[in-house]
Design a protein around this ligand. Structure first.
Ligand SMILES: C[S@@+](CC[C@H](N)C(=O)[O-])C[C@H]1O[C@@H](n2cnc3c(N)ncnc32)[C@H](O)[C@@H]1O
Length: 520
């Protein structure tokens, strides 16, 4: 246990050399107090039991450019309180944010919010009275003349960037280390196993798992042409016969017999035997592959039945994820979970949705909404629809600069607001880049619960790029639960889906439980 001392007056002395009897008062209504522990200096402690998932503090950040940091900040005491931000910037967290000590088993996670230039600190598990609230950061510059921390752990050595080396890092007790600890290379492509979510497959597994026995086939008619010199005229006849249909477009027309001299022509998939010119032998039926081959293994199996077109997937192939992007996703998921807890505290269903600024477009506005079915007594006020609505109003306003339709509410619903309010410039950029009719083009949506079929359809129509959900809804979900909307045949858009891995990014579903047959 740290050697903690409480007292009653403040001091301008360095906290590391602070006499044990000095008071460290702090006003915080979430139950945090500042205390002093020998070897660690000041730290943040719980004055009472603090439940898991409690938002402890939103610290406004002062940002330093890389140049300012190099020239000034890193040579001062501020260095040991600075967080790495984006684009090489460093951030000094005001308020309690600068005083959390580090632990390898942290009970507080934090996320940077570039939109509001703040850092949010949230408990990842319940903390008992007097328990220290700690976060994980990769190092603290060599601290003190008082040696290593009371747990005996020596502080890791400074790196050449100084600071806490933790920007873009969301850490938590259950977080998988490989994703969430700070690393030198945010551009590293992560293997799927290291991502904080599992990709939901949008294409059928048919090709990956098929065997000679399970290749899906249709019955088609073919004819053998004994003399190869007659192939050209037979093909000419076939073209004019009207037998051809798109059903067999994924198959080659001619098959050369591997054993005999003859070739065969694929005629038609019609159920009845086609009428052939008198000089051709009678047609026969055979099973042929029902679809093109998507993998080399499938091609080999299908070619054994009939020569098949090889069409490896290009569109819809899973995208590469960098470490920085995974951190961005963790921060977004933490944010939406926080909103869902706030919704529950306000008497709503604990469901929320969030469209953050894309990682490479940090100036775009983000949008946050909660489910408001309870307060609005309106069955369609799902979080996803509310967030789409919040996003669509400014976009629609840009698309139609003339007077708005009187039937439309001019402002977003109170609980579905831009986060923060978009500037006119950002709205213009959003509309121009997003497309005026496709509201979510290139955007990702994070949501606490798997969207229901209605919301999944709305997301599809909005051309969302990707959807990440924390809690699967097997009975009602439209992203793989009851049905997978972007996998349905005939839909004109597909979006990627990620199901959050339990505990990834320190994000917990605890407290967000809803009945399994509620549409979300
Ligand atoms: C963000 S500050 C935390 C507040 C600091 N203790 C103070 O009094 O201002 C980070 C610095 O606190 C010290 N520190 C943080 N965690 C520690 C630990 N587990 N053991 C010892 N010192 C620690 C290190 O000097 C580190 O550079």
């Amino acid at each position: 246990m740290p050697d903690i001392h409480n007292s009653t007056t403040a001091s301008s002395e360095s906290s590391f050399h602070r006499p044990a009897s000095i008071a460290l008062e702090h006003l915080n209504n979430t139950g945090c107090v500042i205390k002093y522990a020998k070897g660690k200096g000041r730290g943040v402690y719980a004055s009472r039991t603090i439940p898991a998932n409690t938002l402890l503090e939103i610290s406004p950040a002062l940002l330093f450019s890389a140049e300012e940091y190099e020239a000034h900040e890193r040579h001062t005491v501020l260095d040991r309180h600075s967080f790495r931000w984006k684009d090489g910037k460093m951030a000094l967290a005001l308020g309690l944010g600068s005083l959390f000590n580090r632990s390898d088993s942290p009970n507080v996670s934090y996320s940077i919010d570039t939109a509001t230039e703040s850092i949010r600190f949230t408990t990842t598990r319940a903390v008992e009275p007097d328990g220290e609230l700690c976060v994980r950061y990769s190092h603290g510059p060599s601290l003190s003349s008082e040696g290593p921390g009371p747990d005996g752990s020596a502080e890791p050595a400074d790196d050449d960037r100084g600071g806490l080396s933790a920007a873009l890092v969301v850490v938590g007790e259950e977080a998988p280390n490989h994703v969430l600890q700070a690393t030198p290379d945010p551009n590293e492509i992560l293997p799927d196993d290291d991502l904080p979510f599992t990709r939901v497959k949008l294409t059928s597994d048919e090709d990956d798992e098929e065997t000679a026995e399970t290749v899906r086939t249709v019955r088609a008619w073919a004819v053998d042409i004994p003399d190869p010199r007659h192939i050209t005229s037979a093909l000419r006849w076939h073209r004019s016969s009207g037998l051809d249909t798109p059903t067999l477009a994924h198959l080659k027309r001619v098959r050369k017999s591997p054993t005999a001299a003859h070739s065969s022509i694929l005629l038609t998939a019609s159920p009845t035997a086609p009428i052939l010119p008198a000089d051709l032998p009678p047609p026969y039926q055979l099973p042929v592959p029902r679809s093109a081959a998507l993998t080399p293994a499938s091609l080999a199996l299908k070619n054994a039945l009939w020569p098949t077109v090889f069409a490896p997937r290009r569109k819809g192939e899973p995208e590469d994820w960098t470490r920085a992007r995974a951190h961005w996703a963790c921060a977004a998921m933490a944010r939406v979970v926080q909103e869902a807890h706030a919704a529950r505290a306000a008497g709503e269903l604990p469901i929320a949705s969030y469209v953050p600024a894309p990682p490479d477009e940090p100036t775009w506005p983000s949008y946050l909404a909660r489910d408001t079915r309870v307060s609005s007594v309106h069955p369609l006020r799902h979080a996803v629809l509310n967030v789409v609505r919040a996003l669509s109003d400014p976009t629609a306003a840009f698309a139609a600069p003339t007077a708005p339709s009187p039937s439309l509410s001019p402002s977003p619903p109170a609980s579905a607001v831009p986060d923060p309010s978009p500037t006119a410039q950002a709205t213009t950029a959003l509309a121009a880049k997003n497309g005026q009719h496709y509201l979510l083009t290139s955007r990702a949506l994070f949501t606490t619960h798997e969207p229901c079929v209605m919301c999944s359809m709305a997301l599809l129509h909005s051309r969302v790029k990707e959807v990440f959900f924390l809690i699967p809804m097997e009975r009602t979900g439209g992203c793989g639960g009851a049905v997978c909307v972007p996998r349905l045949e005939g839909v004109n858009h597909r979006f990627a889906i990620g199901q959050w891995k339990v505990g990834a990014g320190g994000v917990s579903a605890h407290g967000l439980e809803i009945e399994e047959d509620i549409d979300s």
